[in-house]
Structure formats: structure tokens, C-alpha cells
Design a protein around this ligand. Structure first.
Ligand code: UD1
Length: 384
């Protein structure tokens, strides 16, 4: 296919996990000299949640960043749709395909404008289902999968979910792009995966509304973290959503949140070390050194598989059921008593981890180039 005949790939992103998971495809598109543009929706707007992550991954500069102030969440979605529409009408490329990822408001806004302008839409990480109908992420995923012209499912369960919704004919199965991002950072940090340096600390992150919007749940998770920290130092990298609540649990005069990680600031046993959100390079370095991970993050699951880390999922339910089946993570519901949570996670940590071989890891990492080939074939077939 001659390059001249290709449409412009328009990547619409706005949050930390979208930057990480779209980066490998953007890099691949760029390396093939295919025209592309990146539009940032301004959903995550702090330096640490956005520019530092993009900088650490050497992401090409955004072509455009939507400009609006954040008030309530519904106006954010409305603003994104309005400003994206304005941008697309003013920058009338002859042909585009829009690429979105995941389940955020940015994903939904991107899908809505693609539909409005009749621009073909590709959805990365399609088909995840929690089957909790009122969960905002679930609503976004279902709408975007319906609107999308090409769904990219990252595992067989996602494919099956899309088949059940009769969307399988417009679906491709591909490896999760998170592995390529992890590999990029691992090379940048010169990690030796066959002999990874491990410190004696556990890593924690919590950001999902199901945990952060329920103060009692968050307090319980904090008590559990304190319990864990009595045995081994615990490092909790905070998300902007949790900082205020966590700070309120402590004496206001006591500064508890640190900016950068160094082993010297690890708190004594029985206390937690808190960090601000970190850039990707810093965070990946901390992750690689950690003993095990306690989190509700989706992206961290794949990074833990890449690095062979025990992942304890602080949720009642997960969309990533295949990882659960592979015994690379367990669910740890905060409905359990702290004692039971502690015992369950400890016994999981003691089990040997089903590591990827170097060969399996390299297949996962290289799969992005195959994915782009499949997308280009699809573009050709449908004469987009
Ligand atoms: C999940 C959803 C995603 C949704 C998001 C918001 C899945 C598979 N994906 O993303 O679609 O948009 O929730 O609710 O469920 N990281 C840093 N610095 C830090 C902490 C994390 O760089 O301080 C990196 C991690 O290495 C990882 C990514 O950020 O690559 C994870 O981001 P996170 O905010 O945890 O979102 P997800 O749960 O992955």
C-alpha cells in the first residue's frame, strides 16, 4: 500500500493510562512514516499525570490540546466533545481514522465526534466488561465498542464478550500494548529482567472511584495498608483523587507526602511512606524494585506480568479475568476482615509466580508491529 494513500491516524487521549497504552502504536505509526496527529483532551492536566509521563516515554508532541477549565464532570465531557468538534472542523484533513483507548470520558468524547463527523473509529482495549451496568467505565466501554468500526480486543474473554454483543465481525484480537510500553521503559532503565533487583517494600496505588469515592472503604484500605507496613515497609503512590482524604486521616501539621522516592525516606515499620503521583520512568523504576503490588489499577496488572510481580487486586471484581485464571493476581475484597485480607495476600505472595519466558515476553512486546499491519490491511480492505 503506498504511504500517500493512507489516512491520517488521529490519536485522541487524555489520561495517564491512555498515554501509556497508546504510545506503542503511535511509535509504530511514526516509524513507518504514516501521517498522524495527537490530540490531548485535557482530562488529566497536572504535570505528573500528563507531561511527565509523555516526556518519559518520548511521546511526540501533542498537535493540539483542548483548552477549557474543569468544573463538574458532565461539563468536562460536554467541553471535550465541543472542543474536539471545533478542532476537527477547522483542521479538515481529507481523510482520518480516529484511535481511542480504554474507557475514559476522553475515549467516549473521541468516539462521539468520530461518529458525528463520519470518521472511521478504532478502539484499543475493546470488550472488557465488568457487567456492572451503572459503572461509568462500563457505560463508556459499551457505547464506544458499539460506535467503533474496528475493535481491538486484548484477550479471548474480551473477544467472547464482543461476540455475545454481535460485534465480533468488526473485531481483531491483539496482544495488550502495555507490554511494549513496559519494555520500552525497562530498556531505558537498563533493567536486567532475569535478575531483577528487589527491595523489601510493598507498593500500593488506589485510584478507582469504587474505592476512592467511598470514604469508609478507603479508610479500611488504609488500615489494611498500616497492618501490612508492620511487617515490611509500604510505599503508597497516591492518585490526585486520594491525596485529600489520606491527608485528612493524619495530623494536619505532619507532612506525610513526599515528592520523589529514595530508599532513605522509607518510613519505619508500622508507618506508610506516601508519594505524589510519579512520572512513568520513576514509577516503573519503583515498581521494578518492589516486592509485590497492591492496587486497583488495570495497567499495572500487565506491567506486573512483564516484571513477574505478585499483583494483589484491591477490588471485588475485575474485567481482567484471564489474568485471574492464570494465577498471576488475586482479588482482595475490602469486605473481608483486615485479618483475612492480610492472610489471603500473604499466602498468595508465598506462591511461586508463573513467570513469562523471555520468548513469551518478546512475542508480546513485538506484537504492536503485527497490530499495525492488521490495521493497515483493514484500511485497505475497506478503502478508507
Ligand atoms: C483503568 C482503565 C482505563 C481507565 C482508568 C481510569 C483498565 C485496564 N483500564 O486504567 O481504561 O481510563 O482506569 O479509571 O482497567 N503510573 C505512573 N505513575 C504513577 C502511577 C501509575 O506512571 O504514579 C502508570 C502505571 O505504570 C500504569 C498507568 O500509569 O502504566 C496506570 O494508570 P492508572 O491510573 O492506574 O489507570 P488504569 O487502572 O491502568
Amino acid at each position: 500500500m503506498s504511504k500517500i494513500s493512507l489516512p491520517t491516524f488521529c490519536f485522541i487521549l487524555g489520561t495517564r493510562p491512555e498515554i501509556v497504552k497508546m504510545f506503542p502504536l503511535i511509535k509504530e505509526v511514526k516509524s513507518k512514516n504514516i501521517p498522524f496527529e495527537i490530540i490531548h483532551t485535557n482530562q488529566h492536566f497536572s504535570y505528573q499525570m500528563d507531561e511527565e509521563i509523555a516526556h518519559d516515554l518520548d511521546l511526540p508532541k501533542y498537535n493540539y490540546r483542548l483548552d477549557f477549565t474543569h468544573s463538574d464532570s458532565s461539563s468536562v465531557l460536554g467541553n471535550m466533545i465541543y472542543h474536539l468538534s471545533q478542532y476537527l472542523s477547522k483542521n479538515n484533513f481529507s481523510r482520518r481514522v480516529i484511535v481511542v483507548q480504554g474507557d475514559t470520558n476522553s475515549t467516549l468524547a473521541g468516539a462521539m465526534v468520530a461518529n458525528k463527523f463520519g470518521i472511521p473509529l478504532i478502539h484499543l482495549e475493546a470488550g472488557f466488561r465488568s457487567f456492572i451496568n451503572k459503572q461509568p467505565e462500563e457505560v463508556n466501554r459499551r457505547i464506544v465498542d458499539q460506535l467503533s468500526d474496528l475493535n481491538i480486543a486484548f484477550d479471548h474473554t474480551c473477544l467472547k464478550n464482543l461476540r455475545n454483543e454481535k460485534l465480533h465481525q468488526k473485531t481483531l484480537l491483539a496482544e495488550n500494548s502495555a507490554y511494549s510500553a513496559a519494555d520500552y521503559m525497562s530498556k531505558k532503565l537498563k533493567l536486567n529482567l532475569n535478575n531483577l533487583f528487589r527491595s523489601k517494600f510493598r507498593l500500593m496505588t488506589i485510584h478507582r472511584a469504587e474505592n476512592t469515592d467511598n470514604i469508609l472503604k478507603l479508610k479500611k484500605l488504609h488500615s489494611f495498608a498500616l497492618e501490612l507496613s508492620k511487617e515490611m515497609p509500604l510505599l503508597w503512590v497516591l492518585h490526585p483523587r486520594t491525596i485529600k482524604t489520606i491527608q485528612s486521616l493524619y495530623n494536619k501539621n505532619k507532612p506525610i507526602i513526599f515528592d520523589k522516592f529514595s530508599n532513605s525516606i522509607i518510613q519505619p515499620l508500622g508507618e506508610i511512606t506516601f508519594l505524589q503521583p510519579q512520572g512513568y520512568k520513576n514509577f516503573f523504576s519503583i515498581l521494578s524494585q518492589s516486592h509485590s503490588v497492591y492496587s486497583d489499577s488495570g495497567g499495572l496488572v500487565d506491567e506486573c506480568i512483564y516484571l513477574s510481580k505478585h499483583y494483589i487486586c484491591l477490588r471485588d471484581k475485575t474485567e481482567q479475568v484471564e489474568v485471574l485464571k492464570s494465577k498471576r493476581m488475586i482479588l482482595l475484597s475490602s469486605k473481608l476482615s483486615i485479618h483475612s485480607m492480610y492472610n489471603k495476600s500473604k499466602s498468595f505472595e508465598k506462591k511461586p509466580y508463573p513467570q513469562l519466558t523471555n520468548y513469551q515476553r518478546s512475542i508480546k512486546v513485538k506484537s504492536v508491529s503485527l497490530l499495525l499491519k492488521q490495521i493497515l490491511k483493514w484500511i485497505k480492505e475497506y478503502k478508507l
